[in-house]
Design a protein around this ligand. Structure first.
Ligand SMILES: [Zn+2]
Length: 118
């Protein structure tokens, strides 16, 4: 839609009460579309997830657990078991913290995708 230059608007020159061009016409039925098309956030594949998160949130050189900034290596750790893009599923950790963190999580069951089984 949109007017091309030089086109006269449908209501040009009319004054007062105007009848809408679509009066009496049924508007397209939007039921069933819209929200139902929203399938929610798709989970990332475990093997790609860390790379996607690094692209989204960069590679901060700071551990969110212990706060150190001088570690040799930092990694994104999945902290929820949900491989979503949302920042809250991830924490930036130095390697040592990540290791410790994963040790704790090891006690939880994971499925073949690396997701926690609740
Ligand atoms: Zn740390």
């Amino acid at each position: 839609m949109g007017f091309k230059k030089g086109n006269i608007p449908w209501n040009a020159g009319k004054k007062g009460l105007q009848i809408a061009w679509n009066k009496g016409k049924k508007l397209p039925n939007n039921e069933g579309s819209g929200n139902s098309n929203y399938k929610g956030e798709q989970e990332l594949e475990y093997k790609h997830a860390h790379a996607v998160v690094a692209k989204l949130y960069g590679k901060p050189q700071k551990c969110e657990l212990c706060g150190r900034t001088d570690a040799i290596r930092y990694e994104w750790a999945n902290v929820t078991g949900y491989m979503g893009r949302a920042r809250e599923n991830w924490m930036r950790m130095d390697k040592a913290c990540h290791y410790k963190f994963d040790k704790v999580l090891e006690r939880k069951m994971r499925n073949e995708k690396g997701q926690f089984i609740k």
